[in-house]
Design a protein around this ligand. Structure first.
Ligand code: KMH
Ligand code: ZN
Length: 274
């Protein structure tokens, strides 16, 4: 079991509505302020989705480049850009995200029902994206929403070899209607199916957030939290800001005798240059 806990914050996502969630960081200034607060609270990685001037999700490349630069200038967080985007984003735009040269990116290993929508990730897109990460020296994080995604991950590694950085790091996204349930039994099943040597974090969507956090810590996993995944801190109590979710995760990790990893330790862990 790793002696420290890698905490990723996913502060914005592509789904939450700013008009109903004023604390959601959607401007660059809001995102940078959030990043600074979350690093101070114990995060080492930031999973980034950006919004346009009307707070709609976008994959606009100049904006992504500005975002990467601003986060690097003001924090030492590992900048992980989302290549998942929103369910409506074309594959071409999602591939193009890598042109913003982040440290890391998400790479979802299969399609999944996503509420009333479908989040599309066909094999050809996965392989194009994976090979581009290898060519550009970007560390992928394998996003797993369902058990079949783990089969695809095995196939991907067997076909194209190890990821940039050498670390096979996965994120179990649990509690999406149509994907993994967010419970201990499902975590145990998923984890025993991962490739040898892989490390993993877990995040629980909505009400599965706290159960998944506690189960992941108990099972030796790492953590992802943030307003992309939950807007409720406790029943009837909206999240105040992303930093309070990171603070809670850091406290639980410390209680579990696996305190938050520093950003420098996280870079070494994931094989990302400083
Ligand atoms: N917004 C979801 C459709 C990722 O960032 O890579 C996809 C998602 C996964 O959030
Ligand atoms: Zn995301």
């Amino acid at each position: 079991m790793t002696a420290a806990t890698l905490i990723t914050v996913a502060p914005t996502g592509a789904e939450a509505d700013k008009s109903r969630t004023p604390a959601l960081p959607v401007t660059l200034d809001e995102l940078v302020a959030t990043a600074i607060a979350c690093q101070a609270a114990g995060a080492a990685v930031i999973h980034v989705h950006i919004r346009d001037d009307k707070a709609r999700p976008t994959l606009d490349l100049p904006r992504l480049k500005d975002t990467v630069a601003a986060l690097r200038a003001r924090t030492s967080l590992i900048v992980q850009l989302s290549t998942g985007g929103a369910v409506t984003d074309p594959f071409e735009d999602r591939l193009n995200v890598l042109e913003a040269s982040p440290d890391a990116c998400s790479l979802t290993c299969g399609k999944v029902n996503f509420g009333d929508d479908v989040f599309m990730n066909p094999w050809g897109f996965i392989t194009d994206l994976y090979q581009a990460t290898q060519e550009k020296g970007i560390a992928p994080e394998f996003e797993l929403f369902d058990l079949g995604h783990i089969s695809t991950l095995h196939r991907l590694l067997a076909t194209y070899g190890p990821p940039h950085g050498g670390r096979i790091h996965c994120d179990l996204v649990m509690g999406v209607p149509g994907g993994f349930d967010g419970d201990l039994r499902t975590i145990a099943t998923a984890v025993q199916s991962l490739p040898d040597g892989a490390t993993w974090s877990a995040t629980g969507i909505g009400r599965t957030s706290v159960p998944v956090l506690l189960a992941a810590l108990s099972a030796g996993g790492h953590l992802r939290v943030g307003m992309e995944d939950t807007l409720t801190f406790a029943k009837g109590r909206p999240v105040r800001d992303n930093a309070e979710l990171v603070t809670r995760a850091a406290s639980a990790a410390t209680l579990a005798q696996r305190p938050p990893m520093t950003t420098a330790a996280a870079r070494a862990f994931l094989g990302i240059d400083s």
